[in-house]
Write a protein that binds this ligand. Structure first.
Ligand SMILES: Nc1ncnc2c1ncn2[C@@H]1O[C@H](COP(=O)(O)OP(=O)(O)O)[C@@H](O)[C@H]1O
Ligand SMILES: [Mg+2]
Length: 312
């Protein structure tokens, strides 16, 4: 459905997308996960036929994104990051207008606009001016727009960005309800988002793919990267002794300040080593004044993955 090979995009000499290759199979919901500035929107714009790549190729629904962008755009439901909605138009009027642009007319157009308004819970809002809608409703209008011509593939750029928790749940349910008739590529910078809806995750950081995995494996990696921060005083082979505890991967002395040692203890998946650390400290007569278990941010995981990137 999507086949990307060595895709690269440079803006004024800066590389935003750097030799990216991946595939999305029909019926899959794939999450494009990465921190802000990772290159998600750039890739999605290229895949939707709105911007040419600097080099590399991408085929979407069998169309080359560069050579056949007109045909491509008709076969994709693209929801851009900032949906260019017409604030002076009413919801139904806008969707009619968009559906017409996408080649629908007559009975078919009326039926589909009614259907997507129903699907996106917009029917009660159909006469409202878009400019007066809340962010959540505007997102739904953008989603209805992406769906109206029944494209087999949806490319949704941060579809839940800026929504409140209830709205987020509604959009996630809507996305799940679209399978298996639709293939979906959605982007997000939130890990829970991919856990909630995606079959597979493509992690991108600084324009490069860092991992392609299931949400389950990704979560496991996240836990694996957890760290216990320790402030202590003591004698002996401190880091070696800590590393001998089961579940500890590595102990690092970060700094020493006013006689206090600051250590980072990297911990294996699903291990809580805090009690064992306390017992060890007692036995060794170390003094601990602070211990803090820190689950890493997604950013930390990306940095971690980047460090272990064999292509670097
Ligand atoms: N139109 C543009 N002109 C110049 N640089 C851009 C443009 N759009 C994005 N960038 C840069 O490209 C990089 C990737 O951006 P983007 O694709 O928007 O990432 P994401 O969607 O993951 O946040 C960022 O460093 C961003 O500043
Ligand atoms: Mg973006």
């Amino acid at each position: 459905m999507i086949e990307v090979q060595d895709l690269t995009k440079q803006y004024a000499g800066r590389t935003a997308v750097d030799h990216v290759s991946f595939k999305v199979e029909p019926g899959e919901i794939v999450g494009f996960l990465g921190p802000n500035g990772a290159g998600k929107s750039t890739t999605m714009r290229i895949l939707s036929g709105y911007m040419p790549p600097t080099s590399g190729t991408a085929r979407v629904n069998g169309f080359d994104v560069f050579q056949q962008s007109i045909e491509l755009r008709k076969s994709v439901g693209y929801m851009p990051e900032m949906a260019p909605l017409y604030t002076e138009m009413r919801v139904k009027e806008y969707l009619n207008f968009r559906a017409e642009l996408k080649g629908l007319s007559g009975k078919k157009l009326r039926f589909r606009v009614g259907e997507v308004m129903e699907l996106c819970a917009l029917t009660d809002m159909r006469r409202r001016l878009i400019g007066n809608l809340s962010k959540g409703y505007r997102q739904r209008v953008a989603l209805a727009d992406a769906l109206v011509h029944q494209p087999p593939l949806l490319i949704l750029d941060e579809p839940t960005n800026g929504l409140d928790p209830v709205q987020i749940r509604q959009v996630r349910e809507l996305l799940r309800s679209l399978r298996p008739a639709h293939t979906i590529l959605l982007s997000t910078h939130i890990l829970q988002e991919v856990e909630a809806v995606c079959d597979r995750v493509i992690m991108i950081h600084r324009g490069r793919i860092r991992a392609v995995d299931t949400p389950e494996n990704l979560t496991r990696k996240l836990r694996a990267a957890s760290v216990v921060q320790l402030e202590m005083q003591g004698e002996g082979e401190i880091t070696n002794l800590i590393e001998s505890l089961p579940g500890v991967r590595k102990a690092t002395l970060d700094t020493v300040q006013e006689g206090w040692l600051y250590l980072s203890v990297r911990v294996e998946a699903r291990h809580d080593v805090r009690e064992a650390l306390m017992e060890l400290a007692l036995k060794q007569q170390w003094k601990i004044r602070e211990m803090h278990w820190q689950l890493p941010s997604l950013e930390d995981v990306f940095v971690d993955l980047a460090a272990s990137d064999p292509s670097k």
